[in-house]
Design a protein around this ligand. Structure first.
Ligand code: SF4
Length: 241
């Protein structure tokens, strides 16, 4: 299944725009309960206004809140960003540490965010157990654990360490574009022949293709053996959650 995922999503990558570990930490904090697309709309202005950890530490709260308001929960997120800036300035001279135990001690940074930062800003392999990853690996019976840390360890034991970061991207890509929480596109899914949860969503091709999402919807259908012209324009235009 991991090999099929790699073939299905050759474009898998971290969908939060960033340049360097501080920007990625900030974007990941903002991504809680918010789409990556919305975060990416907000961050260019934010990163220009606050280029360093010290800038977040000294931020005017009202101004910061206004900038990040579209991402939701903006008061809590502003607090996290200010406290993160303060902690980085006080403990690490403004740099983001590159080790998991130090990262998870920082305000606003849980284990999931720490793994995103390690994998994507420092090239240290990390498994990101977000809601998509959690749902899919359980559907695939890779593990029956429900605790994210246990899931991380269970999947980590099955997959080579060097593939952890890319596997996370591919699983999350599949969860956003094909294997949705409510109605997965089983009849248009490349993993169908191997998936123990096949049939959770519609299996008829004509119905399943409507559930694919994003600009590669037609390629995804073709990879699953379905003619691309069955995929409606609405699926190609659909916003990836
Ligand atoms: S066959 Fe269905 S349940 Fe299995 S991975 Fe594909 S979309 Fe998800």
């Amino acid at each position: 299944m991991a090999r099929l995922l790699a073939q299905t999503h050759p474009d898998a990558h971290c969908e939060l725009d960033h340049d360097g570990p501080l920007q990625l930490a900030v974007a990941t904090i903002l991504s809680a309960q918010c789409t990556d697309k919305r975060v990416n709309e907000v961050t260019p202005k934010l990163f220009a206004r606050y280029p360093t950890a010290a800038d977040y530490a000294a931020a005017d709260r009202a101004e910061l809140e206004e900038l990040i308001r579209p991402t939701g929960f903006f008061r809590n997120k502003a607090s996290s960003l200010i406290r993160l800036g303060q902690a980085l300035t006080e403990r690490y001279a403004g740099a983001v540490p590159r080790r998991l135990p130090q990262l998870v001690e920082l305000p606003g940074i849980g284990r999931k965010t720490a793994n995103v930062i390690l994998g994507n800003a420092f090239d240290v392999p990390g498994i990101t157990v977000d809601t998509h990853f959690q749902r899919l690996v359980r559907r695939w019976a890779w593990t029956d654990e429900s605790d994210p840390v246990k899931i991380e360890h269970a999947v980590g034991a099955m997959i080579e360490r060097r593939d952890w970061t890319m596997l996370s991207h591919r699983v999350i890509f599949h969860g956003r574009r094909v294997c949705h929480a409510r109605r997965p596109a089983c009849g248009a899914c490349t993993l169908a022949p191997l998936c123990p949860a096949y049939g959770t969503g519609p299996t008829a091709a004509a119905e399943a293709v409507k559930l694919l999402k994003g600009p590669r919807a037609r390629e995804l259908a073709e990879q699953a053996g379905i003619p691309a012209d069955l995929v409606p324009a609405a699926a190609v235009a659909a916003e990836v959650p």
